[in-house]
Design a protein around this ligand. Structure first.
Ligand SMILES: O=c1ccn([C@@H]2O[C@H](COP(=O)(O)OP(=O)(O)O[C@H]3O[C@H](CS(=O)(=O)O)[C@@H](O)[C@H](O)[C@H]3O)[C@@H](O)[C@H]2O)c(=O)[nH]1
Length: 293
């Protein structure tokens, strides 16, 4: 949502890259199972329950099970919708076996594998473009910046721990789709509104002696700020996913991690710099900050 070049790059990179992979499978490894990372953002925020990929509809006396309606909030989410349609078509046309993982908002930074050595540490984004809500709030709490709730804060999404992200992909690979099957899993474990996230971070930060304020900033995005949201996410748990839940340990371990590295935080990256109603704005990310030094 930054400008034309980046919208074109995002769609070209994602959509064409995915088509190339599909053709490579068709021509070189037709029995290969494609596991594709998509997004819960494909569904948008409809005023009915969100199913896992498909919905059964009765219309004028007839019934069919159809792809769940897609309502993207960004060109990025639209690229994932195009991917889903292209993959669905390939499962029918070439009998490709495919799993589309519709992932929610990821939080956390460490997995079992990355804690093996500090050199394996993940990148931690907290800027307004790549940083996700909870990871941003944790950094803000650690450095004494008010938590930046966009608008009314009723925006509700599905969230998951980064350790569950890795596990979900493993589960999809270990339990492949059938040939010709387009399988969709909603990959998240819990739903929260932005206000609930801010409350949780405030509460957990207090336990570590941090004084956290919450502020409402004008929403830079175009999205519903109060809405119904009830998305299904049972298929991965049916296959063995045991979720790490947010309240249990994540905030403490994530907060401690961020506090350890807080001297590296560039405060100027926290403010949202991209207004989705405009185009051609300054890019304010860690990558841009490093490049300009
Ligand atoms: O400082 C902030 C940052 C975000 N938000 C709000 O938190 C919600 C989630 O935003 P986000 O930046 O954490 O996540 P999002 O932009 O939706 O994107 C992330 O989550 C998507 C899943 S979902 O949100 O579409 O379900 C994935 O597709 C993306 O790859 C991933 O970056 C939004 O309503 C946003 O307005 C705030 O209120 N304050």
């Amino acid at each position: 949502m930054i400008d034309r070049q980046r919208a074109v790059f995002t769609q070209h990179n994602n959509v064409i890259g995915n088509i190339n992979v599909m053709f490579a499978i068709k021509e070189l490894a037709p029995d290969c199972h494609l596991v594709k990372l998509g997004t819960m953002g494909e569904y948008g925020t409809p005023n009915i329950d969100i199913e896992e990929g498909f919905i059964t509809i009765n219309h004028n006396g007839r019934t069919d099970t159809l792809p769940y309606p897609k309502q993207a909030r960004a060109f990025y989410h639209l690229s994932k919708i195009h991917d889903s349609h292209n993959i669905h078509f390939a499962t029918k046309a070439w009998k490709l076996a495919a799993t589309d993982l519709n992932q929610g908002v990821v939080y956390g930074v460490r997995t079992e594998e990355t804690v093996a050595d500090p050199l394996l540490i993940n990148r931690y984004d907290y800027d307004g473009i790549f940083g996700t809500a909870l990871n941003r709030f944790v950094v803000q709490a650690a450095v004494g910046h008010p938590l930046t709730v966009y608008g009314k804060g009723g925006q509700t999404r599905g969230f998951l721990d980064i350790r569950d992200t890795v596990r979900c992909i493993q589960i999809a690979i270990d339990n492949p789709a059938n040939k010709g099957e387009f399988r969709v899993f909603n990959q998240f474990t819990e739903q929260f509104s932005v206000n609930q996230l801010a409350e949780i971070v405030t509460k957990e930060s207090k336990k570590l002696g941090l004084d956290v304020q919450v502020t409402s900033v004008p929403n830079p995005r175009v999205e519903a700020e109060e809405h119904y949201y009830n998305a299904k996410c049972s298929k991965l748990q049916d296959l063995g996913l045991e979720p790490h839940l947010l309240q249990e340990s994540m905030i403490d371990s994530l907060l401690e991690f961020v506090i350890e590295y807080k001297d590296r935080v560039k405060l100027e990256l926290i403010k949202p710099a991209v207004d989705w109603r405009k185009a051609g704005v300054k890019v304010n990310t860690m990558g841009a900050a490093v490049a300009s030094n």
